[in-house]
Design a protein around this ligand. Sequence first.
Ligand code: ATP
Ligand code: MG
Length: 330
Amino acid sequence: MARPVVFSGIQPTGSIHIGNYFGAIKQWVTGQDDAENIFCLVDMHALTVPQDPAALRAQILETATVLLAAGIDPAKSRLFVQSDVREHGELTWYLSCVAAMGQLGRMTQYKEKSEAQRGEVRVGLFAYPLLMAADILLYRTTHVPVGEDQKQHIELTRDLAQRFNAAYGGVFVLPEPAIPAAGARIMGLDDPTKKMSKSVAGSYHAIRVLDPPEQIRKAVMSAQTDSGREIRIDPARPGVTNLLAIYMAASGTSAAEAEAHFAGARGYGDVKKELVDLLVETLRPLRERYAELAADPATVHELLCAGADAVRPIARATADAAKRAMGVGS
Ligand code: ATP
Ligand code: MG
């Protein structure tokens, strides 16, 4: 059987947080030996919300450096910047000619993010899932390791691939989402009913993987909880449930093990203190490695160029197959 092809992306929209890490990146790193791996800094997706060009450019480099520091190994995985491979934009157009407006309008992310652009919602924000489908389909991807929030977009990708294949012949491979058992949906510390996100402001909303220990301590200790004391996973108490979810993801424990671990705790304060120590230690190697890699940005840049050079022929072959199937081109 052919080796699985793993593809996933991350937007350079802000500093990487523990939701990105436990929901997606950790799976990318641990699965590297088992598949062909392609990881993408999806900078064209970042343009769907307002960005400062200089800050965006700096964030692309920071994001790439964090991924390498987290353990993405250039000998096993391709790492590249989306806009360096033109076929992403090209295939998006072909897919837009098989997609229906209604399906895009039903996407949760679109509904949430378009609220912030009220009155003047950008076409790019609406079309975002088509670009994401193109990202995935270009590389004949079999598995997409992502957090829970992206499941709907992968279902849409499958649907578009099926529509296209039914109309024009079997060009695309149907990808499967790969969602981790723990950490698939980390919530904001300031509001445990909302997903932790890079693009949400507030100094105690997220824990970023590069945060110094003191910042991690402040963010965790200020995390919103209710007035109860019982340490139990309970949808009616999202604050403590989120702390336990982070604990489970960082410690590799199950829900039952995490609850048993805190059975003797005197209250939420005990959980928070232990979580601070655990997160500081879990993230320490990444932070240290980042400092080393960040001292040599030219090497990171070269690596991104080499990554794009390596994946471009795969993308070109799929885009050509789609073109031929649709009857366009000379
Ligand atoms: P933005 O606010 O700009 O959308 P984001 O934090 O949602 O940023 P993305 O770049 O959109 O991050 O997503 C990168 C990966 O991280 C995806 O696989 C996504 O599913 C995952 N992810 C994002 N937020 C979380 C979260 N809170 N918990 C678990 N996984 C997450
Ligand atoms: Mg997102």
